[in-house]
Design a protein around this ligand. Structure first.
Ligand code: ATP
Ligand code: MG
Length: 294
């Protein structure tokens, strides 16, 4: 059955990517990618090579196009112009059926990507498998669920329902689901948002572990610079539809562009301050509950 075949493939790829990674090891390539929503140019001629077996982190202010960029890596959005390649095969012109085959090589953990409340943890994790394959041998699937839960540190949680899990545990189940098909590439959109620092660090460790043990290629969108510095081989910053910074953590920390410095140091910029000033004084009384009125 498919599950076994996939497992062997990942192991084989893992061995290969143990060698030094160079540009020709690009697993996903974007060429001059532009995305417009009517007049709004969100991505403006982005060219980018995502290296196999590496963790690429995408940062940038809210609304700058990080989610839009990541969705183009698996054609959940189609470019207005430009090309997208996965393993040297052009994918932006494929139909949905062909794309679904390509997507089985990916795992994704999207912003607000909720679990199905009516399904148990095990059923949630096997959802992508049941969606894509005929299952002949359920014992193999049970084994797979067990392995994935162990990877995210949730052994024995198979029969729990999402309502009985903490936020961090739910994220970890969603991650187990994302890696159910032994993907070669995992896309994460803000995987640590809303988690306390310790639970966030568990997610960081899982991303590192997937890279070390299964040679998984990861693309991670995050606002969390602690996480970015910890997991990234490469950090890319988007601003006004373009990549304004691209390099390792040291390169980003020392980047001369003021927008990069403001972002990584969490400083509000002059434009945002001007908007705040222009908005006038907050009418405080509107926030007081009625009980406070004499
Ligand atoms: N389906 C859509 N239709 C129209 N506009 C869209 C669509 N999806 C995204 N946009 C616009 O594209 C821009 C970038 O959105 P995106 O979700 O990529 O931002 P982001 O960088 O991920 O922000 P955040 O950090 O808040 O998640 C925004 O201006 C948004 O309004
Ligand atoms: Mg987003």
């Amino acid at each position: 059955m498919m599950v076994d075949k996939d497992k062997r493939k990942v192991k084989k790829d893992g061995k290969r990517s143990g060698k030094s990674v160079s540009d020709r090891n690009g697993i996903i390539v974007l060429k001059n990618l532009t995305k417009k929503f009517s007049e709004n140019v969100v991505l403006d001629g982005i060219s980018l090579t995502i290296e196999k077996g590496k963790t690429t982190v995408v940062i940038g202010p809210s609304g700058c196009g990080k989610t839009v960029l990541v969705k183009h890596l698996i054609m959940l959005l189609r470019p207005s112009s430009g090309e997208v390649y996965f393993k040297r095969r052009r994918i932006d012109n494929l139909d949905e059926k062909e794309l679904n085959r390509v997507r089985t090589r990916f795992g994704f953990l999207f912003q607000g990507g909720a679990l199905f409340d009516s399904l148990s943890v095990a059923e949630n994790i096997t959802f992508p498998i049941r969606q894509h394959f005929e299952i002949e041998d359920w014992s193999q699937v049970e084994e797979l669920v067990k392995t994935k839960l162990a990877m995210v540190g949730l052994e024995g949680f198979q029969s729990f329902y999402p309502a009985n899990l903490s936020g961090g545990q739910r994220k970890r189940v969603a991650l187990a689901r994302a890696i159910a098909l032994n993907p070669e590439v995992v896309l994460y959109d803000e995987p640590t948002t809303g988690l306390d620092p310790i639970r966030a660090d568990v997610i960081n460790e899982i991303i590192l572990k997937l890279q070390r043990e299964l040679a998984v290629t990861s693309v991670v969108v995050t606002h969390d610079m602690t996480s970015a510095y910890k997991i990234a081989d490469r950090i890319i910053m988007l601003h006004h539809g373009k990549i304004i910074a691209d390099g390792n953590d040291e390169h980003i920390r020392n980047h001369p562009h003021p927008v990069v410095q403001q972002f990584i140091n969490g400083q509000v910029n002059e434009d945002d301050l001007a908007v705040l000033r222009a908005s006038g004084t907050i009418f405080q009384a509107q926030f007081l509950p009625r009980d406070f009125e004499e």
